[in-house]
Design a binder for this molecule. Structure first.
Ligand SMILES: [Zn+2]
Length: 183
């Protein structure tokens, strides 16, 4: 099982679990084990599950991924997102209210953020909150990979970034160009 790319804002990482392989589109979140592996790769940005991660947790994450995908897709095209998707995303954010905890460590004040609720609510609400941060923040800077057929999204730290990953798409395109030239 290949892990999807991670390291973008968590809402984009979630959408990018619908990724690509040399054989075409792949969904990296088809099983509970796959979800567990993805969550582990997202530590400490997302709450980590216990042993009892369930199909219902997976379904909840996939539902949210679809909603976030719909809203991101509309905003990137400058279109009005469907009202039910906005309602669903707002509702997901409300599932587990955010709180902050203050502590004193190494001679300074440390603020840590969390969400109050059961694991599934906490996870879905954290993902929804991350999506809202993206949608109300840097959404206009989100770019799609220029690799042929690639559907990955990223937030370029460098204005010239064109690929989801230089190893995956950058190389694929360079190799294709090379063969084009030497045909
Ligand atoms: Zn790509």
């Amino acid at each position: 099982m290949d892990l999807p790319l991670t390291g973008e804002p968590v809402a984009l990482d979630l959408l990018n679990t619908l990724g690509n392989s040399p054989d075409g589109p792949v969904d990296h979140l088809t099983t509970v084990d796959a979800l567990r592996a993805w969550l582990r790769a997202q530590a400490p940005r997302l709450p980590q599950p216990g042993a009892d991660l369930t199909d219902a947790d997976l379904v909840a994450v996939l539902d949210l991924r679809e909603i976030v995908g719909t809203v991101v897709d509309h905003l990137r095209r400058g279109a009005e997102p469907p009202a039910p998707a906005l309602r669903a995303l707002s509702g997901a954010d409300r599932l587990a209210p955010p709180y902050r905890t203050l502590s004193w460590e190494d001679n300074r004040l440390v603020v840590s953020a969390g969400r109050a609720g059961d694991y599934r609510s906490t996870l879905v609400a954290t993902l929804a909150g991350a999506a809202i941060d993206l949608l109300s923040g840097p959404i206009a800077s989100v770019r799609g990979c220029e690799g042929p057929g690639c559907r990955m999204l990223f937030l370029p730290a460098h204005p010239r970034r064109r690929w989801c990953s230089p190893e995956l798409c950058g190389n694929r395109v360079r190799v294709a160009r090379y063969y084009q030239r030497h045909k």
